[in-house]
Design a protein around this ligand. Structure first.
Ligand SMILES: *[C@@H]1O[C@H](CO)[C@@H](O)[C@H](O)[C@H]1NC(C)=O
Ligand SMILES: *[C@@H]1O[C@H](CO)[C@@H](O)[C@H](O)[C@H]1NC(C)=O
Ligand SMILES: *[C@@H]1O[C@H](CO)[C@@H](O)[C@H](O)[C@H]1NC(C)=O
Ligand SMILES: *[C@@H]1O[C@H](CO)[C@@H](O)[C@H](O)[C@H]1NC(C)=O
Ligand SMILES: *[C@@H]1O[C@H](CO)[C@@H](O)[C@H](O)[C@H]1NC(C)=O
Ligand SMILES: *[C@@H]1O[C@H](CO)[C@@H](O)[C@H](O)[C@H]1NC(C)=O
Length: 355
Protein backbone atom coordinates (compact mmCIF):
# COMPACT_ATOMS: atom_id res chain seq x y z
CA UNK A 1 0.00 0.00 0.00
CA UNK A 2 2.68 2.46 1.03
CA UNK A 3 4.68 1.49 -2.00
CA UNK A 4 1.64 2.10 -4.20
CA UNK A 5 0.85 5.50 -2.68
CA UNK A 6 4.51 6.38 -2.89
CA UNK A 7 4.40 5.46 -6.57
CA UNK A 8 1.26 7.52 -7.20
CA UNK A 9 2.87 10.47 -5.41
CA UNK A 10 5.88 10.06 -7.62
CA UNK A 11 3.64 9.91 -10.68
CA UNK A 12 1.85 13.07 -9.60
CA UNK A 13 5.16 14.74 -9.02
CA UNK A 14 6.30 13.68 -12.45
CA UNK A 15 3.06 14.97 -13.95
CA UNK A 16 3.43 18.30 -12.21
CA UNK A 17 7.08 18.61 -13.02
CA UNK A 18 6.31 17.70 -16.59
CA UNK A 19 3.75 20.52 -16.71
CA UNK A 20 6.19 22.65 -14.70
CA UNK A 21 3.50 23.90 -12.34
CA UNK A 22 2.22 23.46 -8.80
CA UNK A 23 -1.61 23.44 -8.35
CA UNK A 24 -3.08 26.65 -6.96
CA UNK A 25 -4.94 26.87 -3.63
CA UNK A 26 -8.70 26.42 -3.90
CA UNK A 27 -11.61 28.46 -2.63
CA UNK A 28 -9.57 31.48 -1.51
CA UNK A 29 -11.64 33.79 0.70
CA UNK A 30 -11.13 36.93 2.79
CA UNK A 31 -12.64 37.19 6.25
CA UNK A 32 -12.82 40.20 8.50
CA UNK A 33 -14.49 39.20 11.74
CA UNK A 34 -14.58 41.95 14.35
CA UNK A 35 -12.10 44.03 12.37
CA UNK A 36 -9.52 41.35 11.84
CA UNK A 37 -8.34 40.35 8.37
CA UNK A 38 -7.75 36.72 7.56
CA UNK A 39 -7.19 35.01 4.23
CA UNK A 40 -8.33 31.38 4.06
CA UNK A 41 -8.02 28.69 1.36
CA UNK A 42 -8.24 24.97 0.74
CA UNK A 43 -5.46 22.70 -0.54
CA UNK A 44 -5.27 22.12 -4.29
CA UNK A 45 -7.79 19.54 -5.59
CA UNK A 46 -6.99 15.80 -5.70
CA UNK A 47 -3.89 16.29 -3.53
CA UNK A 48 -5.24 15.54 -0.08
CA UNK A 49 -2.27 13.33 0.80
CA UNK A 50 0.26 16.04 0.08
CA UNK A 51 1.67 18.65 2.43
CA UNK A 52 2.13 21.93 0.56
CA UNK A 53 3.61 25.17 1.75
CA UNK A 54 1.81 28.44 1.13
CA UNK A 55 2.92 32.04 0.91
CA UNK A 56 0.42 34.90 1.39
CA UNK A 57 1.07 38.60 0.69
CA UNK A 58 -0.70 41.91 1.18
CA UNK A 59 -0.77 44.97 -1.07
CA UNK A 60 -1.63 48.27 0.64
CA UNK A 61 -1.53 51.92 -0.41
CA UNK A 62 2.16 51.52 -1.35
CA UNK A 63 0.92 49.43 -4.29
CA UNK A 64 3.31 46.50 -3.99
CA UNK A 65 2.93 43.14 -2.32
CA UNK A 66 4.64 42.37 0.98
CA UNK A 67 4.86 38.79 2.26
CA UNK A 68 3.21 38.12 5.62
CA UNK A 69 2.96 34.31 5.84
CA UNK A 70 5.93 32.69 4.09
CA UNK A 71 6.14 28.96 3.25
CA UNK A 72 3.71 28.06 5.96
CA UNK A 73 1.72 24.81 5.94
CA UNK A 74 -1.27 26.58 7.54
CA UNK A 75 -4.41 27.02 5.41
CA UNK A 76 -4.93 30.63 6.54
CA UNK A 77 -2.99 33.80 7.08
CA UNK A 78 -3.83 36.53 9.63
CA UNK A 79 -3.11 40.10 8.51
CA UNK A 80 -4.39 41.76 11.68
CA UNK A 81 -1.04 43.40 12.48
CA UNK A 82 -0.64 44.85 9.02
CA UNK A 83 -3.91 46.68 8.42
CA UNK A 84 -5.78 49.77 9.56
CA UNK A 85 -9.53 49.92 10.14
CA UNK A 86 -10.40 51.96 7.07
CA UNK A 87 -7.61 50.81 4.77
CA UNK A 88 -8.06 49.38 1.25
CA UNK A 89 -6.16 46.16 0.54
CA UNK A 90 -5.56 43.36 -1.88
CA UNK A 91 -4.30 39.89 -0.88
CA UNK A 92 -2.78 36.95 -2.74
CA UNK A 93 -1.63 33.41 -1.99
CA UNK A 94 0.24 30.62 -3.81
CA UNK A 95 1.21 27.00 -3.28
CA UNK A 96 4.84 25.96 -2.92
CA UNK A 97 6.25 22.49 -3.23
CA UNK A 98 9.98 21.75 -2.88
CA UNK A 99 10.99 25.12 -4.25
CA UNK A 100 8.40 25.02 -7.03
CA UNK A 101 5.59 27.56 -6.87
CA UNK A 102 2.08 27.82 -8.28
CA UNK A 103 0.53 30.91 -9.79
CA UNK A 104 -0.81 33.56 -7.42
CA UNK A 105 -4.47 33.57 -6.50
CA UNK A 106 -5.38 37.22 -5.96
CA UNK A 107 -8.39 38.75 -4.22
CA UNK A 108 -10.21 41.84 -5.37
CA UNK A 109 -9.33 45.18 -3.86
CA UNK A 110 -11.52 45.76 -0.80
CA UNK A 111 -11.99 48.05 2.17
CA UNK A 112 -11.85 46.38 5.56
CA UNK A 113 -14.90 48.24 6.96
CA UNK A 114 -16.93 47.08 3.95
CA UNK A 115 -16.25 43.37 4.32
CA UNK A 116 -16.29 43.37 8.10
CA UNK A 117 -18.49 40.96 10.02
CA UNK A 118 -19.43 41.48 13.62
CA UNK A 119 -19.78 38.59 16.00
CA UNK A 120 -22.85 38.18 18.18
CA UNK A 121 -23.48 40.43 21.16
CA UNK A 122 -23.57 38.90 24.61
CA UNK A 123 -27.13 38.83 25.89
CA UNK A 124 -28.39 38.57 29.44
CA UNK A 125 -32.06 38.15 30.10
CA UNK A 126 -33.57 38.89 33.50
CA UNK A 127 -37.12 38.93 34.76
CA UNK A 128 -37.88 40.72 37.97
CA UNK A 129 -41.13 42.03 39.44
CA UNK A 130 -42.96 41.42 36.18
CA UNK A 131 -40.36 43.23 34.07
CA UNK A 132 -38.25 41.32 31.57
CA UNK A 133 -35.06 43.08 30.61
CA UNK A 134 -32.55 42.34 27.88
CA UNK A 135 -29.02 43.46 28.64
CA UNK A 136 -26.75 43.54 25.58
CA UNK A 137 -22.98 43.77 25.51
CA UNK A 138 -21.24 44.76 22.31
CA UNK A 139 -18.87 42.20 20.84
CA UNK A 140 -15.28 43.34 21.35
CA UNK A 141 -13.47 44.31 18.16
CA UNK A 142 -9.87 43.42 17.48
CA UNK A 143 -8.54 46.94 17.17
CA UNK A 144 -11.15 49.43 18.36
CA UNK A 145 -14.54 49.66 20.01
CA UNK A 146 -17.53 49.02 17.81
CA UNK A 147 -18.94 52.47 18.62
CA UNK A 148 -15.63 54.13 17.60
CA UNK A 149 -15.86 52.54 14.18
CA UNK A 150 -19.58 52.99 13.57
CA UNK A 151 -21.35 56.14 14.68
CA UNK A 152 -24.74 54.47 14.77
CA UNK A 153 -25.05 51.10 16.48
CA UNK A 154 -28.40 49.63 17.53
CA UNK A 155 -29.82 46.27 18.51
CA UNK A 156 -32.28 44.15 16.63
CA UNK A 157 -34.15 42.18 19.27
CA UNK A 158 -36.36 39.26 18.29
CA UNK A 159 -38.52 37.70 20.98
CA UNK A 160 -41.22 35.09 20.95
CA UNK A 161 -43.11 32.65 23.09
CA UNK A 162 -41.07 29.49 23.30
CA UNK A 163 -42.39 26.97 20.79
CA UNK A 164 -44.26 29.52 18.67
CA UNK A 165 -43.17 30.69 15.23
CA UNK A 166 -44.40 34.28 15.40
CA UNK A 167 -41.60 36.62 16.42
CA UNK A 168 -41.84 40.18 17.68
CA UNK A 169 -39.20 42.60 16.47
CA UNK A 170 -37.73 45.51 18.34
CA UNK A 171 -34.95 47.92 17.32
CA UNK A 172 -33.39 49.89 20.16
CA UNK A 173 -30.27 52.01 20.63
CA UNK A 174 -29.95 51.32 24.36
CA UNK A 175 -28.00 48.35 25.66
CA UNK A 176 -30.68 47.66 28.30
CA UNK A 177 -34.12 47.11 26.86
CA UNK A 178 -37.39 46.32 28.62
CA UNK A 179 -39.55 43.90 26.64
CA UNK A 180 -43.10 45.23 26.28
CA UNK A 181 -46.44 43.40 26.36
CA UNK A 182 -45.31 40.08 27.77
CA UNK A 183 -47.79 37.65 29.21
CA UNK A 184 -47.02 36.70 32.79
CA UNK A 185 -45.40 33.39 33.58
CA UNK A 186 -44.77 32.46 29.94
CA UNK A 187 -41.39 31.29 28.73
CA UNK A 188 -40.03 33.82 26.22
CA UNK A 189 -36.96 33.43 24.05
CA UNK A 190 -34.79 36.27 22.82
CA UNK A 191 -32.25 36.57 20.03
CA UNK A 192 -30.27 39.76 19.50
CA UNK A 193 -28.11 41.05 16.66
CA UNK A 194 -26.16 44.29 16.37
CA UNK A 195 -27.21 46.68 13.57
CA UNK A 196 -24.15 48.66 12.58
CA UNK A 197 -24.73 50.20 9.19
CA UNK A 198 -28.24 50.78 7.91
CA UNK A 199 -28.75 47.20 6.86
CA UNK A 200 -25.83 45.20 8.18
CA UNK A 201 -26.38 42.93 11.11
CA UNK A 202 -23.98 41.07 13.32
CA UNK A 203 -24.12 37.35 13.82
CA UNK A 204 -27.18 36.46 15.92
CA UNK A 205 -26.72 35.85 19.60
CA UNK A 206 -27.38 32.52 21.23
CA UNK A 207 -31.02 31.93 22.11
CA UNK A 208 -31.80 32.96 25.65
CA UNK A 209 -35.11 32.10 27.26
CA UNK A 210 -36.72 33.30 30.47
CA UNK A 211 -40.12 33.14 32.12
CA UNK A 212 -41.74 36.50 32.86
CA UNK A 213 -41.95 36.70 36.60
CA UNK A 214 -45.08 37.71 38.44
CA UNK A 215 -45.29 41.41 39.15
CA UNK A 216 -46.13 40.54 42.75
CA UNK A 217 -42.80 38.87 43.24
CA UNK A 218 -40.99 40.58 46.06
CA UNK A 219 -37.35 41.39 45.87
CA UNK A 220 -35.15 39.02 47.87
CA UNK A 221 -33.54 41.99 49.63
CA UNK A 222 -36.92 43.29 50.72
CA UNK A 223 -37.91 39.86 52.06
CA UNK A 224 -34.69 39.72 54.10
CA UNK A 225 -35.34 43.19 55.56
CA UNK A 226 -38.94 42.29 56.45
CA UNK A 227 -37.80 39.08 58.13
CA UNK A 228 -35.13 40.90 60.10
CA UNK A 229 -37.52 43.64 61.22
CA UNK A 230 -40.20 41.16 62.33
CA UNK A 231 -37.57 39.16 64.20
CA UNK A 232 -36.40 42.30 66.03
CA UNK A 233 -40.01 43.27 66.85
CA UNK A 234 -40.71 39.82 68.31
CA UNK A 235 -37.46 39.91 70.28
CA UNK A 236 -38.28 43.38 71.64
CA UNK A 237 -41.80 42.26 72.61
CA UNK A 238 -40.47 39.18 74.42
CA UNK A 239 -37.95 41.28 76.37
CA UNK A 240 -40.67 43.83 77.20
CA UNK A 241 -43.06 41.16 78.47
CA UNK A 242 -40.32 39.59 80.54
CA UNK A 243 -39.41 42.96 82.12
CA UNK A 244 -43.10 43.75 82.76
CA UNK A 245 -43.62 40.42 84.53
CA UNK A 246 -40.42 40.84 86.52
CA UNK A 247 -41.20 44.36 87.71
CA UNK A 248 -44.83 43.61 88.59
CA UNK A 249 -43.54 40.71 90.65
CA UNK A 250 -41.09 43.07 92.38
CA UNK A 251 -43.80 45.69 93.02
CA UNK A 252 -46.10 43.01 94.40
CA UNK A 253 -43.41 41.92 96.80
CA UNK A 254 -43.03 45.52 98.03
CA UNK A 255 -46.78 46.09 98.50
CA UNK A 256 -47.47 42.66 99.92
CA UNK A 257 -44.31 41.58 101.63
CA UNK A 258 -43.50 38.12 102.83
CA UNK A 259 -45.91 37.04 105.55
CA UNK A 260 -43.20 35.90 107.96
CA UNK A 261 -43.11 38.36 110.80
CA UNK A 262 -40.20 39.04 113.06
CA UNK A 263 -40.65 37.80 116.64
CA UNK A 264 -40.53 41.21 118.30
CA UNK A 265 -43.20 42.57 115.92
CA UNK A 266 -45.45 39.66 116.82
CA UNK A 267 -44.86 40.50 120.45
CA UNK A 268 -45.74 44.10 119.82
CA UNK A 269 -48.88 43.25 117.91
CA UNK A 270 -49.97 40.81 120.56
CA UNK A 271 -50.06 43.58 123.13
CA UNK A 272 -52.08 45.96 120.98
CA UNK A 273 -55.73 46.19 121.75
CA UNK A 274 -58.35 46.07 119.10
CA UNK A 275 -62.02 46.84 119.21
CA UNK A 276 -64.26 43.80 118.97
CA UNK A 277 -66.46 45.57 116.45
CA UNK A 278 -63.63 45.96 113.98
CA UNK A 279 -62.73 42.39 114.61
CA UNK A 280 -66.27 41.35 113.84
CA UNK A 281 -66.29 43.45 110.67
CA UNK A 282 -63.21 41.74 109.48
CA UNK A 283 -64.66 38.36 110.17
CA UNK A 284 -67.74 39.11 108.13
CA UNK A 285 -65.61 39.66 105.04
CA UNK A 286 -63.44 36.67 105.64
CA UNK A 287 -65.96 34.00 104.90
CA UNK A 288 -65.11 31.48 102.21
CA UNK A 289 -61.45 32.36 102.25
CA UNK A 290 -58.63 30.00 103.03
CA UNK A 291 -56.73 30.74 106.14
CA UNK A 292 -53.63 29.61 107.77
CA UNK A 293 -54.06 30.15 111.41
CA UNK A 294 -51.36 31.32 113.65
CA UNK A 295 -52.04 31.50 117.29
CA UNK A 296 -49.80 33.03 119.88
CA UNK A 297 -50.67 32.53 123.50
CA UNK A 298 -49.22 34.61 126.15
CA UNK A 299 -49.31 33.69 129.82
CA UNK A 300 -50.10 36.68 131.91
CA UNK A 301 -51.25 36.43 135.52
CA UNK A 302 -53.33 39.63 135.48
CA UNK A 303 -55.23 38.89 132.34
CA UNK A 304 -58.49 39.22 134.14
CA UNK A 305 -57.71 42.84 134.79
CA UNK A 306 -57.59 43.73 131.16
CA UNK A 307 -60.87 45.26 130.22
CA UNK A 308 -60.79 43.35 126.99
CA UNK A 309 -59.47 40.25 125.59
CA UNK A 310 -57.11 41.20 122.85
CA UNK A 311 -57.52 39.68 119.58
CA UNK A 312 -55.45 40.69 116.67
CA UNK A 313 -56.21 39.65 113.21
CA UNK A 314 -54.29 40.62 110.27
CA UNK A 315 -54.43 39.44 106.83
CA UNK A 316 -51.57 39.28 104.50
CA UNK A 317 -52.19 38.71 100.92
CA UNK A 318 -49.45 37.15 98.86
CA UNK A 319 -48.87 37.67 95.12
CA UNK A 320 -50.78 34.48 94.44
CA UNK A 321 -53.88 36.00 96.01
CA UNK A 322 -53.80 33.58 98.88
CA UNK A 323 -54.36 35.13 102.13
CA UNK A 324 -52.82 34.12 105.34
CA UNK A 325 -54.44 35.13 108.43
CA UNK A 326 -52.56 35.47 111.57
CA UNK A 327 -54.96 35.07 114.32
CA UNK A 328 -53.17 36.11 117.38
CA UNK A 329 -55.15 35.48 120.40
CA UNK A 330 -54.45 36.58 123.83
CA UNK A 331 -56.22 34.16 126.02
CA UNK A 332 -55.96 32.60 129.40
CA UNK A 333 -58.04 29.57 128.49
CA UNK A 334 -55.61 28.23 125.99
CA UNK A 335 -56.37 24.52 126.01
CA UNK A 336 -60.09 24.45 125.51
CA UNK A 337 -61.03 25.25 121.92
CA UNK A 338 -57.95 23.95 120.12
CA UNK A 339 -58.87 20.49 119.03
CA UNK A 340 -62.03 20.27 116.97
CA UNK A 341 -63.04 23.71 115.76
CA UNK A 342 -62.79 25.44 112.41
CA UNK A 343 -61.49 28.98 112.13
CA UNK A 344 -64.96 30.40 111.76
CA UNK A 345 -66.13 28.69 114.88
CA UNK A 346 -63.14 30.04 116.71
CA UNK A 347 -63.94 33.58 115.72
CA UNK A 348 -67.46 33.15 116.95
CA UNK A 349 -66.07 31.76 120.12
CA UNK A 350 -63.81 34.74 120.54
CA UNK A 351 -66.76 37.03 120.12
CA UNK A 352 -68.69 35.12 122.71
CA UNK A 353 -65.92 35.31 125.24
CA UNK A 354 -65.69 39.04 124.69
CA UNK A 355 -69.40 39.49 125.25
C1 LIG B 1 -9.70 15.53 -9.42
O1 LIG B 1 -10.19 14.18 -9.53
C2 LIG B 1 -11.47 14.09 -10.12
C3 LIG B 1 -11.88 12.63 -10.06
O2 LIG B 1 -11.64 12.09 -8.84
C4 LIG B 1 -11.40 14.60 -11.55
O3 LIG B 1 -12.68 14.52 -12.15
C5 LIG B 1 -10.89 16.02 -11.52
O4 LIG B 1 -10.73 16.47 -12.87
C6 LIG B 1 -9.58 16.12 -10.79
N1 LIG B 1 -9.19 17.49 -10.71
C7 LIG B 1 -7.91 17.90 -10.90
C8 LIG B 1 -7.67 19.36 -10.74
O5 LIG B 1 -7.01 17.13 -11.14
C1 LIG C 1 3.22 43.05 9.66
O1 LIG C 1 3.10 43.17 11.09
C2 LIG C 1 4.16 42.56 11.79
C3 LIG C 1 3.84 42.70 13.27
O2 LIG C 1 3.50 44.01 13.58
C4 LIG C 1 5.48 43.28 11.46
O3 LIG C 1 6.55 42.63 12.13
C5 LIG C 1 5.72 43.21 9.94
O4 LIG C 1 6.85 43.93 9.59
C6 LIG C 1 4.49 43.75 9.20
N1 LIG C 1 4.66 43.50 7.80
C7 LIG C 1 4.37 44.40 6.90
C8 LIG C 1 4.62 43.99 5.52
O5 LIG C 1 3.88 45.47 7.19
C1 LIG D 1 7.83 23.82 3.55
O1 LIG D 1 8.72 24.77 4.08
C2 LIG D 1 9.68 24.24 5.01
C3 LIG D 1 10.50 25.40 5.52
O2 LIG D 1 9.70 26.50 5.75
C4 LIG D 1 10.52 23.22 4.34
O3 LIG D 1 11.39 22.66 5.29
C5 LIG D 1 9.65 22.14 3.73
O4 LIG D 1 10.42 21.22 3.03
C6 LIG D 1 8.62 22.74 2.81
N1 LIG D 1 7.71 21.69 2.33
C7 LIG D 1 7.41 21.58 1.04
C8 LIG D 1 6.49 20.48 0.66
O5 LIG D 1 7.82 22.40 0.22
C1 LIG E 1 -23.17 30.65 22.69
O1 LIG E 1 -23.14 29.41 23.36
C2 LIG E 1 -21.91 28.72 23.22
C3 LIG E 1 -22.04 27.39 23.91
O2 LIG E 1 -23.17 27.30 24.63
C4 LIG E 1 -20.79 29.56 23.83
O3 LIG E 1 -19.57 28.90 23.63
C5 LIG E 1 -20.75 30.89 23.13
O4 LIG E 1 -19.77 31.71 23.72
C6 LIG E 1 -22.08 31.58 23.21
N1 LIG E 1 -22.05 32.78 22.43
C7 LIG E 1 -22.35 33.96 22.94
C8 LIG E 1 -22.27 35.11 22.02
O5 LIG E 1 -22.68 34.09 24.09
C1 LIG F 1 -45.04 40.03 33.35
O1 LIG F 1 -46.19 39.58 34.00
C2 LIG F 1 -46.84 40.55 34.82
C3 LIG F 1 -47.97 39.87 35.50
O2 LIG F 1 -47.50 38.90 36.37
C4 LIG F 1 -47.29 41.72 34.01
O3 LIG F 1 -47.90 42.67 34.85
C5 LIG F 1 -46.10 42.32 33.33
O4 LIG F 1 -46.50 43.35 32.49
C6 LIG F 1 -45.36 41.27 32.53
N1 LIG F 1 -44.11 41.85 32.07
C7 LIG F 1 -44.00 42.45 30.90
C8 LIG F 1 -42.65 42.99 30.58
O5 LIG F 1 -44.94 42.54 30.12
C1 LIG G 1 -29.10 48.66 2.35
O1 LIG G 1 -29.96 49.74 2.40
C2 LIG G 1 -29.82 50.65 1.34
C3 LIG G 1 -30.76 51.80 1.57
O2 LIG G 1 -30.85 52.08 2.90
C4 LIG G 1 -30.13 49.93 0.05
O3 LIG G 1 -29.93 50.79 -1.02
C5 LIG G 1 -29.23 48.73 -0.09
O4 LIG G 1 -29.59 48.00 -1.24
C6 LIG G 1 -29.36 47.86 1.08
N1 LIG G 1 -28.42 46.77 1.00
C7 LIG G 1 -28.73 45.55 1.31
C8 LIG G 1 -27.65 44.54 1.16
O5 LIG G 1 -29.84 45.24 1.67
Amino acid sequence: MTALSGLSALLCFIVYVSTESVPIPEDVRVKSLDMGLVLEWDPPQNTTNKLFNYTAEIKNWRDFYEPICVRSSSLSCDFINNITTFGAYQLRVRTELHGETSDWVETENFKVDEIIEISAPRVELTSRKGQTEVDNTDPPLKKRDLRDVYTHVSYLILYWKKGEAKKEELIRDQTRVMLPNLEPLVNYCVEVAVLYVPNKTSQPSNLTCVTNSSSHEAEPGLIAVVLLVSFLVVLFAVVLIFLAVWYSYKVCRIIFPDPKLPENLKQFLSQQSQSPILSAMQESTQLKEHFNELRIFQMEPDSSQDNQQIEELFRIQTDKDECIEADIKHSSEENSEMASTTSEEKHLLAELTLL
